[in-house]
Every structure is written in structure tokens, then in C-alpha cells.
Write a protein that binds this ligand. Sequence first.
Ligand code: FES
Length: 107
Amino acid sequence: MPKITYVSADGDLHVVDVPIGTSVMRGAVGTGIDGIVAECGGNAMCATCHVYVPAEHAASLPEMTAVEDEMLECTVAERRATSRLSCQLRITEGLDGLVVRLPEAQE
Ligand code: FES
């Protein structure tokens, strides 16, 4: 099962085995990691699952849709070039070792 590392805004690390076919958001919410709220349950409608993904992992991520791009304009924390909605990041074998950083605030 792919391992995803979540790094909180204050530097805490959580390494989670996340099942293929679920999402980076589900891996956090399902294990009680603070920092991802996911108010809309993964429908790209709330932007409270915002994460920062290091540039070196960008190539292994699914392409950003127009809807995700639009919702990223609604994040509470600053949008950066590395911003993604974690509910839109489906887990595949290729994401094993992914490290995501959580913003200071989601709402
Ligand atoms: S969970 Fe709402 S946009 Fe991702």
C-alpha cells in the first residue's frame, strides 16, 4: 500500500498507508490527522483539503482539472504553485512516498 507522509504546518510528520483508489484527503481524514477538514467530503467544492506538494512529485500527480483550479482560488491559506486539493489526488502505486505539507489553516 502506498505510504503518504503528511507534514503539519508546525512540522509534525504522519506516515500513513493509504489504499490505492482512495485519495490523499481520505488518508488524512481516516486517520485523524489535523489540518485537512474536507467539509464537502471530496467533491472539490470546499477547498478545505488544501495541501502543498513538492515540485519533485508533481509529475506523478493527476492533472489538475478546471474545477480544482477554480476552487484553489478559495483557499484560506496562500495558494502557491505547488497547491493541490488533496481530495483530487487519487492514490496509485506511483504516489508511494508522496510528501504533502499542510497549510496553517483550512477555514
Ligand atoms: S474535500 Fe472539499 S474540496 Fe476537497
